[in-house]
Write a protein that binds this ligand. Structure first.
Ligand code: GDP
Ligand code: MG
Length: 440
């Protein structure tokens, strides 16, 4: 896909505002990408139309091709639709807080119930009770009991022949009497949506009035996502979605379908069979995955906003020659700050994790960057060009002028030296890393 999109975008390479033809050509490929990611057809149509309206006439940011610009707009819109912020589960209610888990059979409800319970226990120090309302599948209640034992979470004792409503009632009662913070109710599923299932779940909902009702859905769900999402949201009322098997091959189109159809946030992702394989949802990651372009998109975006390519090239040449002075450092710091720090920028490049670690150890964060900028701006031009002349009295003057201490100034000068050295390393390693990835 990336190469196919690349071809289209090369053809579009020119500057100015995005024309309808530019956008239409690019969106044809985006449409294919979405369908390949198994996004439901009606959702694809709506998405493409919305992006088209948004994109036509937008200016192309300098140093970015129109094609890249379209990717950026598509990506941004996708992130927006998926939910610009990750939404956590909410437990702000009177304990025991009831949580209802719904979804089709095999979607991962039972596993996810245990995963969430374990996370609540470990991270939030909550006392959780798990109860299985699945009286249809043989041994379903035992399955939850086994997972509960593995995770060290209490499960409601099983009473043979009991109906789901009665189980839910007993679970809430035990939750109240024994001081549980959260009671998680794992319901039965069917292979397809049917009326009996919906009635059963609706009755439980009416009884316990859940604080969270989570639809558990397999990331592999294709065109069905629309039916499933709609049915559960309309009949039961959802507060969020958990997408499972995101560790598999699925490109995650179901995330967009479910989100678009229900309007409910995706809260968590299941990343494997193990009980700790549960992650908070990050829209930008899934967006990249759906588009099949990985982190290239966010790299393009950040570059578009901040990098003046000529400036960067000039700086690189200077670094190579080893005359990276304090003016260059100041320019570099400014860019770094805009890009969320060096580690933020480098984290998006392939094969560069090692340098990222070094940099975070060097502790280059926003606050420090600002202080360093202040120090450099208190220096004279000559001092910036040739830091060697910075003797004790000059350092004292600069410290006073920038509202810092001589120690801070010394630290900056050492940092500058370290950085100049590290920049050279970054360049060498960066080139190697990129060549290894076949991107050079
Ligand atoms: P339920 O019928 O909805 O309760 O589904 P289960 O919780 O019993 O899960 C069905 C199967 O999917 C089990 O074998 C789980 O181990 C597996 N499973 C659940 N969540 C995930 C996940 O996030 N990744 C993977 N790879 N497997 C999962
Ligand atoms: Mg189950």
């Amino acid at each position: 896909l990336t190469t196919r999109l690349g071809d289209v975008f090369d053809r579009l390479r020119k500057r100015g505002a995005l024309s309808e033809a530019d956008v239409t050509a690019a969106l044809r490929e985006v449409r294919v990408a979405l369908l390949e990611a198994d996004v439901a057809l009606p959702v694809v149509k709506d998405f493409v139309n919305a992006v088209k309206d948004k994109a036509i006439g937008q200016d192309v940011v300098r140093s970015v091709s129109p094609g890249q610009m379209v990717i950026k707009i598509v990506h941004d819109h996708l992130v927006e639709v998926l939910g610009s912020d990750a939404v956590e589960l909410s437990f702000a209610s009177v304990p025991p807080v009831p949580v209802l888990m719904v979804g089709l059979q095999g979607s991962g409800k039972t596993t996810t119930s245990a995963k969430i319970a374990l996370r609540l226990k470990n991270r939030d120090k909550k006392k959780v009770l798990l109860a299985s309302l699945d009286v249809h599948r043989p041994a379903a209640q035992e399955q939850l009991a086994i997972l509960g034992r593995q995770a060290g979470i209490d499960t409601l004792p099983i009473v043979a022949g009991e109906k789901p409503i009665a189980i839910a009632e007993r679970a809430m009662k035990m939750g109240r009497l024994e001081g549980y913070d959260v009671v998680m109710l794992d319901t039965a599923g069917r292979l397809h949506i049917d009326e009996a299932l919906m009635m059963e779940v609706a009755a439980v909902r009416d009884l316990v009035k859940p604080h969270e009702t989570l639809l558990v859905a397999d990331a592999m769900t294709g065109q069905d996502a629309v039916t499933v999402g709609k049915a559960f949201n309309e009949r039961i009322g959802l507060t969020g979605i958990v997408l499972t098997r995101v560790d598999g091959d699925a490109r995650g189109g179901a995330a967009l379908s479910m989100r678009a159809v229900t309007g409910k946030p995706i809260k968590l992702l299941g990343m494997g069979e193990k009980l700790d394989a549960l992650e908070t949802f990050h829209p930008d990651r899934i967006a990249g995955r759906i588009l099949g372009m990985g982190d290239v998109v966010s790299l393009v975006e950040k570059a578009a906003e901040t990098i003046d390519q000529e400036e960067a090239a000039k700086l690189a040449a200077k670094m190579e020659k080893g005359n990276f002075d304090l003016d260059d450092l100041a320019a570099q710091l400014k860019q770094l700050r805009k890009m969320g720090g060096m580690s933020g920028m480098l984290g998006m490049l392939p094969g560069i994790g090692k340098i990222k670690k070094q940099l975070s150890e060097a502790n280059i964060d926003d606050r420090i960057i600002k202080r360093q900028e202040a120090i450099i701006s208190s220096m004279t031009k000559a001092e910036r060009k040739n830091p060697k002349i910075l003797n004790g009295s000059r350092r004292r003057r600069i410290a006073a002028g920038s509202g810092t201490s001589v120690q801070d100034v010394n630290k900056l000068l050492k940092q500058h030296q370290d950085m100049a050295t590290m920049m050279k390393k970054v360049q060498k390693l960066g080139k190697k890393g990129i060549m290894r990835q076949g991107l050079a």
